[in-house]
Ligand binder design. Sequence first.
Ligand code: KG4
Ligand code: ZN
Length: 355
Amino acid sequence: MATVLAIETSCDETAVAIVKNRHVMSSIVSSQIAIHRQYGGVVPEVASRQHVETVNQAIAQSLTDAKLDWSEVDAIAATCAPGLVGALLVGLTAAKTLALVHQKPLIGVHHLEGHIYASYLTDPTLEPPFLCLLVSGGHTSLIYVKECGIYEILGQTRDDAAGEAFDKVARLLNLGYPGGPILDRLAAEGNPKAFPLPEGKVSRPEGGFHRYDSSFSGLKTAVLRLTQTLQQEGQPLPVNDIAASFQATVAKALTKRAIACALDYGLDTIVVGGGVAANSGLRQHLQAAASQHNLRVLFPPMKFCTDNAAMIGCAAAEHFEKGHISPLTLGAQSRLPVSDVMTLYRSSANSHSAN
Ligand code: KG4
Ligand code: ZN
């Protein structure tokens, strides 16, 4: 059983965790949300500086909480792509340094692969193949998970990501940042059928609509127009009803595509990952629709939906078991398709040395 210390600094959480295979020994998440809230979104340079301030203390705390010392850690992992490069470099550089000093292998992890692996923390017996609906602040993808490191992207958003749509709608309603959890809370008090909103279909050049791709920018614009119309009429904004109608539209759009994709590809399990996996509307819609088709749906534990290092450690532990080790020259990359995960590892499948 591999024990991995993992660092995640791709965006606005400084996170460190120790994972023994698919079990979390410790997990520290230091959120920068309060700092970025005043700007209405993440400011990259502020994020990097904050990671520098926090990462060393989080590493020490993760070992204390897990009651482990360095001799009991088999490998050091860090998210190396995709994300804010300055932010990624803080965690990656810390991981490389620890790997060198303690003579441990380095394992770079793709952030989205981490989100896929978050559901292994719900069910450690989960095995591919399955479909992953990945819905975060930066991505909305349907991913065919074939085996560890082997992923095929079957569908994605053509514009805004699902989480981004939540954040933008919350911003235009002056509700604050990040928008997802706020809208989720308000939606619970509203009527999801109050306002019909467009689902955002993607046309295909040959006619008809794309079965798996999604689009959320039209939906965001529709919410903007709706609020402007209501404001012009001088009515108080029915924020709860708008939140509920918006959330139901997103949940239905994602559910429809995920179910179609799973059925078309003969996959009987849908695993959800990313911050929007915490959304109660999506959880209810998807669960209900999946059970009608005898499909299994798996969500990560709530605390591992949004960014954390436990999911990174979980992915890294499996790569380590398979002999997938990264070179110390590994760089941070702002973009990297999840289908290119295996470019992060050396071709040699049985070397566990640190360089
Ligand atoms: O996965 P994540 O923590 O970071 C990225 O990798 O992007 O996802 C953050 C996103 C934000 O857009 C946030 O508004 C959204 O996830 N989010 C939610 C909920 N909790 C977080 N969206 C809808 N409902 C929620 N409960
Ligand atoms: Zn994320």
